[in-house]
Design a protein around this ligand. Structure first.
Ligand SMILES: *Cc1c(COP(=O)(O)O)cnc(C)c1O
Length: 397
């Protein structure tokens, strides 16, 4: 039999035989204390967890399913996606060492690097978001211990050549950690390409319903796995059994939601790209977009998340566009069932190299609504944008 597809494996792990009569889904076991029958078995950790911090059955099943998806030997759960990024860095770096990452890295990750790690003697060098493989490698010096990859990058969606970077880093003894949230552990397999640690915010697509915050770290190398496990134990990180249960429920339908949202997003992106108010759409799955060529080479799918670069405009017109919509929620995060819009121009000021965009930057997350309805809604938003542009032309400030 050929290897099972992701869709099938994520479901087959729930229905496997030989476990006696039981519900399809593991129970939510709320526990701190676990009881044993006798003093000898109390000491025996091979008989299951001895304390709530060790994780109960929903967490165990979730870890196994995530590890299987990523082609990892183990996956660890963290209380947020951000914690899943910070834990491997805490585990693998020592004072005096250096991290190289993109100028377009996820904002809170950047804050952790420049605030927390810098204060502890670990410095960061930022490469331009659109740097070539050679440019990125030229920044890796004597002290560089780790390359932190996020591809596509946050907000501007540049795609970097991860297979080439992972291979080159391995040869130089530089560790690679990839924030793989965009691919949801599904559309890209960092570990298959030689990346040492693959991280995702389970908050986004895996959970998929905007109802919990969680992160996962997937690893293949036993030494790295041990170091990360020790850090999680030492820090006392824990994920609640209810959240693990919900995330496992979300994971069963991940491929269906992810692929359906991508189809809608492509439809919306094509429509947006043809509009006169819009300069360009930053969406690697869209032909002609930034990152499209590497995306086509390396990815099996993509997140329904895009940057929309307007022709000109200001904060007021961006806000007018957002106010003109009724189906897009105004809110951060993505990967849930609902469409969302955010105004991102203000976030770009944190970068060392501010990208040269011709106008305001908005970000759309396309959810599971009918894309035809979303396009009609966007039509209204663009009307509100145009109304403000026209009145600005008639009454210049
Ligand atoms: C959302 C996100 C995170 C953080 O996830 P949280 O669960 O919100 O902490 C990390 N990296 C990327 C790329 C994200 O989009």
């Amino acid at each position: 039999m050929p290897p099972l597809s992701d869709r099938t494996r994520l479901i087959a792990s729930a229905t496997r035989r030989g476990q006696g009569r039981r519900p399809v889904n593991p129970p939510v076991e709320r526990a701190s204390t676990m009881l044993s029958d006798d003093p000898a078995s109390m000491q025996d950790s091979t008989r299951g967890p001895v304390y709530g911090l060790d994780g109960t059955s929903a967490a165990r099943e979730l870890r196994a399913a995530l590890a299987d998806l990523e082609g990892a030997s183990d996956a660890f759960l963290l209380p947020s996606g951000l914690a899943a990024v910070t834990v491997p860095l805490l585990a693998l770096l020592r004072p005096g060492e250096e991290v190289v990452t993109s100028d377009a890295v996820y904002g809170p990750t950047r804050r952790f690097l420049t605030r927390h790690l810098a204060a502890r003697g670990i410095s960061t060098r930022f490469h331009p978001a659109d740097a070539s493989t050679a440019e990125i490698l030229s920044l890796c010096g004597e002290r560089t211990r780790l390359l932190l990859i996020e591809s596509p990058s946050s907000l501007t969606f540049e795609v970097i050549d991860v297979p080439a970077l992972a291979t080159a880093c391995k040869a130089r003894g530089v560790l690679t950690v990839m924030d793989n949230t965009w691919a949801a552990g599904l559309a890209f397999r960092p570990l298959h390409h030689g990346v040492d640690v693959s991280v995702q915010a389970v908050t986004k697509y895996a959970a998929g319903h905007s109802d919990l915050v969680m992160g996962a770290v997937a690893v293949r190398d036993p030494g790295i796995a041990r170091t990360i496990l020790h850090t999680i134990e030492d820090m006392g990180w824990h994920v609640s059994p209810d959240d693990a249960w919900l995330a496992l429920r979300g994971l069963r339908t991940l491929p269906l939601r992810y692929n359906e949202a991508l189809k809608s997003a492509l439809q919306v992106a094509e429509w947006l790209q043809a509009r006169s108010e819009i300069e360009r759409v930053l969406f690697p799955p869209l032909p002609g977009s930034v990152g499209h060529d590497l995306w086509r080479r390396d990815y099996f799918g993509g997140a329904a998340l895009m940057g929309v670069v307007m022709k000109g405009g200001d904060k007021a017109s961006a806000h007018a566009l957002m106010q003109g919509l009724s189906l897009f929620g105004m809110g951060y995060s993505w990967g849930g069932f609902e469409s969302l819009i955010t105004h991102e121009s203000p976030q770009l000021s944190h970068r060392l190299h501010t990208p040269a965009l011709s106008g305001q930057l908005l970000r759309l997350h396309i959810g599971l609504e009918d894309p035809t309805d979303l396009v009609s809604d966007l039509e209204k938003g663009l009307e509100a944008w145009r109304a403000l542009q026209d009145s600005n032309l008639q009454h210049p400030a």
